[in-house]
Design a protein around this ligand. Structure first.
Ligand SMILES: C[S@@+](CC[C@H](N)C(=O)[O-])C[C@H]1O[C@@H](n2cnc3c(N)ncnc32)[C@H](O)[C@@H]1O
Length: 275
């Protein structure tokens, strides 16, 4: 649901009502006691940074699923830090994608989520298409992209290297698999939800929100198959270290970091180039 409040200015309220129409979600009024409590979570606009007037789209829980607003900030916070100090092309994600020696592949991140991996790859120089099937997450990503575009030093990433498609990636990849190679990605990257531990305080707020919103990605095997039909060079699947493979097919190799394993799969059309 989308929540407005009588305390908000008219522009903010109009933005939220337009978003509710676009997402076909009901609107409730946070300033009316109890009006929003029948819903499990809500979208609203809030000030993430008190020093400016920018409004950020956030997802909040009406109960105790997670605290505060989950929002996307490509500029500051953890992503800002990782962009500057994350290890560049030496980090495991970039190595698995094949970004060594200045390669800037075209990538489809078919499980965009909160856009963190996609943003890191784009900020390293790759052309990344993010695909996300949850309309709510896609709205959060779109909002994050707009604020990225407003940042002079980083706007070229939003304008040229990172784009968003709201779709089921299985269908998108199947449609593009038969297209001219110019319209197909060199690499498809997958990070499906991993069946998880119990609702623990150790699980970060963002992951708890994702779980509430999208549940488990039980069709990850189908997604892998579609990805291998569409990618021109390789498919990379992110898994927690020690986790099972996504399906019965075996990767041709992997790259590991402290808690994560990136499984690398050859493409199905035997057109893999070395990169
Ligand atoms: C674990 S999250 C990805 C997190 C992401 N790598 C990041 O850095 O923020 C998995 C996301 O993939 C999305 N997803 C799973 N299967 C999908 C599909 N077939 N098409 C589009 N999105 C999908 C889910 O909705 C969820 O948002």
């Amino acid at each position: 649901m989308v929540a407005t409040s009588a305390q908000q200015d008219s522009t903010t309220q109009a933005r939220l009502r337009a978003l509710a129409r676009q997402l076909q979600l009901p609107v409730c009024d946070l300033s009316t006691p109890g009006a929003c409590s029948t819903f499990r979570f809500y979208l609203s606009l809030f000030s993430a940074n008190p020093q400016d007037n920018t409004k950020t789209l956030g997802l909040a829980s009406t109960g105790d699923d997670f605290k505060g607003n989950v929002h996307i900030d490509f500029v500051h916070g953890k992503l800002g830090h990782r962009r500057q100090f994350g290890g560049g092309r030496g980090q495991a994600l970039a190595k698995a994608i094949g970004m060594k020696q200045g390669n800037n592949p075209t990538i489809v991140d078919a499980t965009a989520g909160l856009g963190r991996d996609a943003f890191i790859l784009a900020s390293l120089g790759a052309q990344v298409t993010m695909i996300e099937r949850s309309p709510i997450l896609a709205a959060l990503l779109e909002d994050g992209l707009q604020r990225l575009a407003a940042e002079p030093e980083l706007s070229s990433i939003a304008g040229q290297q990172l784009r968003l498609v709201q779709a089921n990636a299985i269908e998108w990849l199947q449609q593009h698999a038969n297209e001219n190679t110019a319209n197909r990605p060199e690499v498809v990257y997958l990070d499906p939800m991993y069946p998880h531990r119990s609702k623990s305080a150790l699980v970060k707020k963002e992951m708890r929100a994702l779980r509430v919103l999208v549940g488990d990605d039980d069709d990850a095997g189908l997604l892998l198959q579609a990805a291998r039909q569409c990618a021109l060079k390789r498919v990379v699947v992110k898994r927690p270290k020690g986790a099972a493979f996504v399906d019965d097919s075996k990767p041709s190799g992997n790259v590991q970091s402290k808690n994560t394993r990136y499984d690398i799969y050859p493409v199905s059309n035997a057109r893999e180039h070395n990169s």
